[in-house]
Design a protein around this ligand. Structure first.
Ligand code: HEM
Length: 803
């Protein structure tokens, strides 16, 4: 019995040893196969076709050599970094520092060669014909390299940019129509609008420093414009909402885009924060999507998000799959849509800063194509110089560095037989700077080469691929070109600029090739504003208003509600001498001499209303917020009142009258800082004012702030913010209510008083009920007189969202 037990244990033991050995052998063979035999077989197939390359080492292929070449190139760059004189760096072939191994091997083995990164075999191609064949291939057997897709998965998931096969076809079908030219044309206005904050910011920056030359770092501002355009055009949300998503995507992009990614090396470290960032971004996007889904009113215009949502609902049974589809594609468009375009815009400005004559060409063309300074869809095609500049900037500094594919099955590219699993790389900057294709000036900035299109610009137009070509070419090409034209021409027509001496040229690869060195002041462009003279500005404003009026007159359907412009128009028409002239006016605009005064009547009144309507009210709101920031107890009071008067947080006409504290706050702010500071009259004839006999021609001035802060009228606390003084109206607030004149009094008093008060109540109470705020230490108190008295350096507050 004992012997039997022993022998059965022995048997088990032997069996285990054998199975173990077998498993180890199979694993070893498998490992040998994937790390050595398979790449060896692939290399052999390529070698048979005359394709050579550096000899790989066991396990890591050519990675150690790549790292060695890279370190040598970095060290060399370090030792020669100061030698470039002004602008010479444009000619430097930065691929030699960014991807020196590719350059070295290209020189050694020709334009097509193979190399290995361990278990991955790669094919580098830079022959324009072969690149064309690859780009134009329509087989699903060529896709995006899957090992890179895996590395980028936290950033891009399985969205359109990285997916392959039928899933990619499906996504392209949904997304492509959103970027067709007719859709893009409809977005030009929005693109201009998104550029306005940047123009204003730079103008304010120049003004605050005395109007001269200032240094500006352009990258972040350009990125904000791109982000705003993409948010509004594709997702119907504002940049403010997407801001967090963009900044997190950018951090994520920085964390995962390393050179190791190209080598196919596993990523060590970082994973934890990458994972948590990915989660944060996904939930942020999902929140935005859910908010959108909850909107009760259907959207008038379907945007990209709407299409993605509908598709997800139709095609995915499980909620999880549908969520992935939505979130991944949003991430893809957020990323593709803002990063490359803003980087391209930065390079354009850098090159224009070095070439002021091209700024002048763009400016001249702008003033011809859009005399009123406003871009529209019709003027865009007329802007030839800006298009040529963008094309040339994207030739010298293409944001996307590579076109890459993986042979998902054995595939033919031209005559080349590519084994399954091979990754194919083509370096765009090398194609774009090849003197054999572009001539001896290939490294120079010469936009004129594009005067007659890409075909005439070089010997092999298929080598110009800033947006790729063929089935997987950039979907956003028209969108990006339109946006770049809008942004670059608006900036160039308003500013002249040169490169700051602080600029350090160091293109960096972070999935796109961008100006390197994030901080400080590495890619600034010093700008000084071209001051437009008052006359030409006046002309521009007048024609803008007139255009708006004419557009309105051309609307065929009558307006449902009469607004102010309608009243002014009708009044103008009543004053025509003949009915015929009036009819003519309605249909075509008045052709007679009456036209000039009718036009003046309309334009001048529109200007008046535009001016008084927005300037004084917004300045009053700024002062209110500044004072409330200093007096949090009044914020609390307003908040309490709001939650009582409008428990659902929405204001209507009935609740407005219940908001006593906000009214008192506004009244007190307008006492201490009345936007209008002067009441002025001229005696157009000899006039009596009280007992005073005022001769004709005398101008009379009364300084409102002096009246408003007189201790004899307001008491010893006249200079303090004490809204409670208005608790029982103006009459009880002071000894001489006639001295409280923020809106003037009498026949010429402010017509918009009720309008302004209602607007102020709405704005201040909505802001205060949603945020708590205090004054930033950066606030500089300096009331400035610019027809209204406003905070000279703006109002900076520190703001916090309330739960
Ligand atoms: C200057 C700006 C831009 C540049 C230089 C650029 C460049 C590129 C390049 C080189 C590709 C890959 C082509 C290939 O692999 O063959 C690509 C793909 C793509 N781009 Fe752009 N792009 C820009 C702007 C945009 C914008 C604004 C959007 C959308 C809003 C966008 C959406 C896409 C999409 C969805 C793809 C993937 C297409 C596919 O795989 O089917 N891009 N882009």
């Amino acid at each position: 019995m004992k012997a039997e037990v022993f022998s059965s244990l022995d048997l088990d033991h032997h069996l285990l040893v054998h199975v173990g050995l077998l498993v180890i052998t199979i694993l070893a063979l498998y490992f040998l196969n994937i790390t050595w035999l398979k790449p060896q077989r692939v290399r052999w197939i390529l070698a048979r076709q005359g394709i050579r390359g550096p000899k790989p080492s066991f396990l890591y292929g050519n990675v150690p050599e790549m790292q060695k070449i890279q370190s040598a190139a970095t060290a060399m760059k370090g030792s020669s970094s100061t030698s470039s004189s002004y602008g010479d760096f444009v000619g430097d072939d930065y691929t030699c520092t960014l991807f020196p191994y590719f350059e070295q091997w290209r020189k050694q083995y020709g334009s097509t060669y193979t190399y290995s990164t361990g278990d991955k075999q790669h094919l580098y191609i830079n022959d324009p014909e072969l690149v064309k064949e690859m780009n134009q291939s329509i087989t699903l057997g060529l896709g995006k390299p899957s090992y890179i897709t895996k590395r980028l998965s936290p950033l891009l998931g399985n969205g359109i940019l990285r997916s392959n096969g039928h899933f990619w076809v499906h996504q392209r079908k949904i997304i492509a129509p959103e970027f067709f030219m007719d859709k893009v044309k409809g977005m030009v206005g929005l693109m201009s609008e998104s550029a306005v904050p940047l123009l204003r910011k730079w103008e304010a920056c120049i003004e605050s420093q005395g109007g001269g030359r200032v240094e500006i770092r352009v990258d972040d501002d350009l990125r904000a414009v791109s982000a705003d355009v993409i948010s509004r055009a594709c997702f119907g949300s504002s940049y403010t909402k997407g801001k967090e998503i963009f900044s997190k995507l950018r951090t994520l992009q920085k964390n995962i885009s390393s050179k190791g990614m190209l080598f196919g090396l596993p990523a060590f470290g970082q994973r934890k924060d990458v994972k948590s960032l990915e989660k944060e971004i996904d939930s942020l996007i999902w929140e935005t999507v859910c908010e959108r889904k909850c909107q009760e009113t259907p959207l008038l215009k379907k945007d990209l998000l709407q299409m993605i949502l509908e598709e997800a609902m139709d095609h995915f049974a499980s909620k999880e799959a549908s969520r992935h589809f939505i979130v991944d594609n949003c991430k893809n468009i957020y990323f593709a849509g803002h990063e490359s375009t803003s980087v391209a815009a930065s390079w354009c400005l850098m090159l224009l800063a070095l070439h002021p004559q091209w700024q002048t060409y763009i400016r001249d063309e702008m003033s011809e194509a859009c005399p009123n300074g406003l871009l529209d869809v019709d003027s865009l095609p007329k802007l030839k110089s800006v298009k040529m500049v963008i094309q040339e900037a994207m030739r010298l500094f293409p944001p996307a560095a590579f076109v890459s594919r993986e042979a998902l099955e054995r595939t033919k590219i031209g005559n080349l037989d590519v084994p399954k699993g091979v990754c194919i790389w083509s370096l765009i900057p090398t194609l774009h700077r090849d003197p054999d294709i572009w001539g001896p000036d290939a490294h120079e900035f010469r936009p004129e080469r594009f005067e007659n299109g890409v075909i005439k610009a070089c010997k092999a137009p298929q080598a110009y691929v800033p947006f790729g070509v063929g089935a997987r070419s950039c979907l956003g090409r028209n969108f990006a070109m339109a946006q770049l034209k809008v942004v670059i021409s608006l900036i160039t027509s308003r500013f002249s600029f040169s490169l700051s001496p602080n600029y350090r040229h160091s293109p960096a690869y972070r999935m796109v090739v961008q100006p390197g060195h994030d901080r400080p002041n590495i890619h600034p462009v010093a700008l000084h504003r071209q001051r437009k003279d008052v006359k030409s500005l006046e002309k521009e404003i007048d024609s803008l208003i007139w255009e708006t009026v004419c557009e309105r007159k051309c609307q065929e359907t009558p307006l449902l509600k009469k607004d102010l412009l309608q009243m002014i128009l009708e009044e103008a028409m009543d004053h025509f001498a003949s009915k015929e002239a009036s009819r003519h006016f309605i249909v075509k605009g008045a052709p007679t001499k009456e036209k000039s005064w009718i036009r003046a009547l309309i334009v001048d009144n529109c200007k008046n209303i535009y001016f008084v309507g927005h300037e004084s009210t917004s300045v009053a709101a700024s002062w209110c917020l500044m004072l409330l920031a200093l007096h949090p107890q009044w914020q609390t009071q307003i908040r309490d009142e709001m939650s009582e008067a409008c428990p659902n947080g929405l204001l209507d006409v009935d609740s407005l009258s219940k908001l006593k504290s906000v009214k008192m706050g506004i009244q007190e702010a307008m006492r201490l800082f009345p936007p209008a500071v002067l009441v002025s009259r001229e005696a157009l004839e000899r006039t009596k004012i009280g007992n005073l006999d005022v001769p004709k021609g005398v101008c009379i001035w009364s300084l409102i702030p002096t009246l408003h802060r007189d201790p004899d009228i307001w008491g010893p606390d006249a200079h303090e913010f004490r809204p409670e003084r208005f608790e029982n109206g103006v009459i009880k607030a002071c000894k001489a209510p006639q001295a409280y004149v923020p809106f003037g009094v009498g026949a010429r008093s402010c017509l918009g008083r009720n309008f302004a008060m209602a607007q102020l109540k709405v704005v201040i109470s909505l802001v205060t009920s949603r945020f708590s705020f205090s004054l930033s230490p950066n606030y500089r108190h300096s009331p400035a007189y610019r027809m209204v008295v406003q905070p000279g350096h703006g109002v900076n507050i520190l703001i916090e969202k309330l739960q």
